[in-house]
Design a binder for this molecule. Structure first.
Ligand code: SF4
Length: 185
């Protein structure tokens, strides 16, 4: 059974966006069911120029689709704290869980602030992300804050290939590494 079936159609969902290519497929996929607003919040991205490219590309997508989009600021120092001591962890390891958690925690907090009953993320479009971990963290942060987490594995059903296809079609910037300085290295 699809866990999204547990959330009534038309529910307002604040959808965490990490980058335009993942959002290109993720927003399209979830807005078939829900009233989706995007939330770009990524204090993990290094260097600043790369952050700017990913944000501008997401704004470009928003104009072309279009969909409501909020941009979260700050959190860089908190991200450094969360990653400290885990610099040499491999991708999909403990550092990535902490990184996903802080971004989903802020998305859940923002959903509460906006009076939205649910939140989600497009992170699972990427084949490099452990969807089981992302969904567990989402459920935990949802339980902590009292908002529903829209659990999904968006790479299923050709989600990854679709995100590449749509990105090319729309001329979106596609990054070559996950985001933080350790993945850049
Ligand atoms: S590799 Fe990606 S998910 Fe992991 S800590 Fe770095 S930016 Fe976050």
């Amino acid at each position: 059974m699809n866990p999204l079936d547990d959330i009534p159609r038309g529910t307002e969902v604040l959808l965490h966006i990490c980058c335009a290519p993942d959002a290109a497929y993720g927003v399209r996929s979830l807005r078939d069911r829900f009233d989706v607003a995007g939330f770009f919040y990524n204090p993990n991205i290094h260097p600043r120029e790369e952050f700017r490219k990913r944000l501008l590309s997401t704004l470009d997508l928003q104009e072309k689709v279009p969909f409501p989009l909020l941009v979260g600021n700050g959190g860089e120092a908190a991200w450094e704290d969360a990653a400290r001591g885990m610099e040499d962890e491999p991708e999909r390891g403990r550092r990535c869980e902490a990184c996903v958690r802080m971004r989903l925690r802020e998305t859940a907090r923002k959903a509460v602030e906006l009076g939205m009953p649910a939140f989600g993320t497009v992170l699972t479009v990427s084949p490099k992300k452990d969807a089981a971990m992302v969904n567990r963290v989402g459920r935990e942060e949802g339980a902590r804050t009292g908002v529903r987490f829209a659990e999904a594995d968006l790479k299923k059903g050709n989600g990854t290939l679709e995100s590449v296809r749509i990105s090319k079609e729309l001329g979106l910037y596609r990054q070559r590494y996950c985001g933080c300085r350790y993945s850049f290295r």
